[in-house]
Design a protein around this ligand. Structure first.
Ligand SMILES: [Zn+2]
Length: 192
């Protein structure tokens, strides 16, 4: 499990001046899947994250009734790195680290809007094995962002510091026309 946490911390790509502080890890499963799988991150976006985590523990993941992202469809969203949740939801939100079984039909891969890496949309909850819940803090970094928010407003700070700008997704179709890339990437499971 330590390796899983280490990979997560590494995926945040924190500059050396920022400090990662692990508040707690709740182990959900030590099962190592028999099938090919990929370790992915799911942020818990809710005012009451404990409730969501309990539901997942008791009932497993569920496909949300509405799409979180109209162009990528209904499904459970994961990312290949922890920066998505860290920069979008911030460190207050707990992160769930899961193994997702490789399945070309029920998993789609897209370019991450918060790079570098990928976003995955899973449409079959049975493919997801939650491993642990991590609650952490990043000091210094977040303080700077809050200070910037005070002077520039939260929207502006988030937009300029977090998202890949149109034209810089690395997509030969979308970049020339400066749109957000929602092209599905194949093969779904490719090494980074
Ligand atoms: Zn594209």
């Amino acid at each position: 499990m330590q390796q899983t946490i280490d990979r997560f911390v590494h995926s945040l790509l924190l500059e050396p001046k920022f400090q990662f502080k692990l508040n707690y890890v709740e182990i959900l499963s030590f099962t190592i899947p028999k099938y090919n799988h990929r370790e992915l991150y799911h942020g818990i976006k809710d005012d009451n994250p404990d409730h969501v985590i309990d539901k997942i523990k008791n009932e497993g993941f569920r496909i949300p009734s509405r799409s979180g992202n109209k162009d990528r469809g209904r499904g459970i969203y994961f990312s290949s790195h922890g920066r998505y949740q860290y920069l979008w939801l911030n460190h207050i939100a707990p992160i769930m680290i899961c193994d997702v079984l490789e399945n070309e039909e029920s998993v789609k891969r897209y370019r991450s809007e918060i790079g570098p890496g990928y976003e995955f949309v899973v449409t079959d909850p049975k493919l997801i094995i939650p491993k642990c819940v991590v609650q952490y803090e990043v000091t210094e970094d977040w303080k700077e962002l809050e200070e910037a928010e005070e002077t520039e407003g939260p929207e502006e700070v988030q937009n300029e510091s977090v998202y890949t700008p149109p034209g810089e997704f690395g997509c030969p179709v979308c970049d020339p026309v400066f749109t957000r890339c929602d092209c599905e990437l194949l093969p779904t499971f490719e090494k980074d």
